[in-house]
Design a binder for this molecule. Structure first.
Ligand SMILES: NC(=O)C1=CN([C@@H]2O[C@H](COP(=O)(O)OP(=O)(O)OC[C@H]3O[C@@H](n4cnc5c(N)ncnc54)[C@H](OP(=O)(O)O)[C@@H]3O)[C@@H](O)[C@H]2O)[C@@H](O)CC1
Ligand SMILES: Nc1ncnc2c1ncn2[C@@H]1O[C@H](COP(=O)(O)OP(=O)(O)O)[C@@H](O)[C@H]1O
Ligand SMILES: [K+]
Length: 480
């Protein structure tokens, strides 16, 4: 599992460790890891042209010390000083002592660079790149050089993943001690490129509960149900799907398709699209409704393609089993009914639905995904899965890390893809795990299924995402 901590926690951990070490030791560890990562990227260090973008803080200091190491190995290193009067003096002395130089014209050196190190800002930066840094960052990105961000791509908000202005777009980010939330959450994550973590020894001083965490395949594998000799279809869990309408029967079929590959022992469909469901999936138990009369289930999914059937949402929310609400169900739900529930509730909005639930603009939700998912979880007292290029899962209250998943691909943005996800997540929910575990496992499997389906390099359909779910289970359980 990758874990990310807030700046305040990183600074406290660094201070505790620094008090036990000689001056500058931590920066040397960071610079050594950074220089090694740069050397890995270059065909050879000797003779390569390296440009350092150096801001006024310790992030610039890291870049200068790493530049000094590369200069000692024969690289031609130029530093572009964005705040010459506040530069990290020891770092600059090390660079010049190793043969590096301060650039006269940033654009000249950037035009021929092989590698650019972005040391403008790290965890101390806020508010996007400042006007003097913007043309330099653009020239770096527009050059043929590989761009390596130091700790964070400059211009992103470390704690939230927001980008309030322009940020530098890196190919690789070398981050120190722990991930920062910005490296796991869009839009900032996209600016980071590949992320490499350098251990500088602060781990034991960081809190055991991170702000954000991202599951690996092995973490997800542990959350997936596995039937035993004592299992029968009821003990494995029955998931009820209240979805579809005369207008949108396909949503019911797709939600059932996801549910059948989610590990529940049986899928019970309730609603007006029973014929379409049975025609495609004869293994489904069907009932015309209402949900309260359809028979016992261990979890409900309500909402995909539901149209205006507010009674179905009310019925399902009145049950005493876990409930997942998606799509039309989110539009029809009564917030008080959600808050009054004693069994878990999982809401699965995309940014537009989340915006409607919060009374905000969609762009605000997309820009501030972490704050939005936490606000929704708190407002409804429910687990919330916020869909998008990074999927976030939050529980209400503080003290529980938000889960971030970036397994997906933009090819998943296809009609009906969310219906497959809700069936899948509901099916996992019926098999017993906590809502946040079911939601994060579903997001990961769905993302991987999308990737596998898209591997042929052609657009994918929602049905193909569902068809790729068995391969995604195998991929997660046996990644080799
Ligand atoms: N602590 C440690 O032991 C270790 C720390 N390490 C490294 O230190 C980094 C943190 O260093 P830091 O605290 O000096 O802050 P940093 O990110 O360099 O920038 C802050 C400076 O930038 C300025 N500024 C702010 N916003 C800006 C903007 N938008 N655009 C432009 N400028 C802006 C602001 O000055 P201002 O102009 O606002 O007065 C301030 O002076 C960390 O990320 C890691 O790389 C590693 O070596 C490991 C050991
Ligand atoms: N740019 C993207 N990158 C990765 N995944 C995406 C992207 N856009 C959407 N997705 C995923 O695709 C799915 C779309 O769901 P949703 O918007 O509910 O679609 P629909 O309502 O058509 O079923 C979600 O799982 C979401 O996380
Ligand atoms: K940086």
């Amino acid at each position: 599992m990758r874990t990310a901590h807030r700046v305040e926690k990183v600074r406290t951990a660094e201070a505790e460790l620094m008090a036990r070490l000689p001056d500058g030791a931590l920066m040397q560890r960071a610079a050594a890891g950074l220089a090694a990562a740069c050397a890995d990227l270059l065909p050879r260090v000797y003779g390569s042209r390296v440009v350092l973008l150096v801001g006024s803080g310790a992030n610039g200091g890291d870049a200068l010390w790493a530049g000094a190491r590369l200069a000692r190995r024969g690289a031609g290193v130029h530093a572009v000083l964005l705040a010459p009067d506040r530069v990290h003096t020891a770092g600059l002395a090390a660079l010049t002592g190793a043969g590096g130089r301060v650039a006269d014209d940033p654009f000249d050196v950037l035009a021929t660079a092989d590698l650019v190190l972005d040391g403008i800002t790290g965890i101390g930066g806020t508010g996007g790149l400042r006007p003097d840094a913007v043309p330099v960052a653009r020239a770096a990105r527009g050059s043929d050089a590989v761009v390596v961000a130091v700790d964070l791509p400059s211009g992103v908000e470390a704690d939230s993943g927001e980008v309030r202005g322009e940020a530098l777009r890196a190919d690789l980010t070398v981050t120190f001690g722990t991930h920062k939330p910005a490296l796991l959450i869009d839009p900032a994550r996209t600016c980071a490129g590949t992320v490499r973590l350098v251990d500088i020894g602060i781990g034991p001083y960081l809190p055991s509960v991170p702000e954000v965490e991202a599951l690996h395949h092995a973490d997800v594998a542990r959350l997936l149900p596995r039937p035993t000799a004592g299992s029968d279809k009821y003990r494995r869990g029955v998931v009820g799907i209240a979805a579809g309408s005369a207008r949108y029967p396909g949503a019911a079929v797709l939600a059932v398709a996801g549910a059948l590959r989610g590990g529940a022992g049986a899928v019970r469909y309730v609603g007006p699209a029973a014929d379409a469901v049975i025609a495609r999936f004869p293994e489904t138990l069907v009932h015309a409704g209402p949900p309260a009369k359809a028979g016992r289930v261990q979890a409900w999914v309500v909402g995909p393609g539901l149209g205006e059937d507010a009674d179905a949402v009310r019925d399902v929310l009145a049950s005493d089993v876990p409930v997942l609400v998606d799509a039309d169900g989110l539009r029809l739900l009564d917030p008080d009914a959600v808050r009054a529930r004693s069994a878990p509730t999982l809401l699965t909005p995309h940014a537009g639905e989340a915006a409607a639930l919060l009374g905000r603009a969609r762009t605000e939700v997309e820009a501030a995904r972490l704050a939005s998912v936490r606000a929704l979880a708190d407002r409804f007292g429910a687990t919330v899965l916020l869909k998008g290029s990074t999927t976030l899962v939050a529980d209400p209250g503080t003290g529980v890390p938000v889960r971030a998943d970036a397994m997906g691909t933009p090819w998943l943005a296809t009609a009906g893809s969310g219906d497959v996800l809700s069936g899948l997540a509901g099916s996992l929910l019926a098999s017993g795990p906590a809502a946040r575990d079911a939601a994060s496992a579903a997001a990961h499997l769905h993302g991987l299924a999308g990737r596998l389906a898209a591997a042929r390099g052609v657009p994918i359909t929602a049905q193909e995402i569902a068809d790729a779910l068995p391969a995604a289970w195998r991929g997660v359980r046996d990644p080799g």
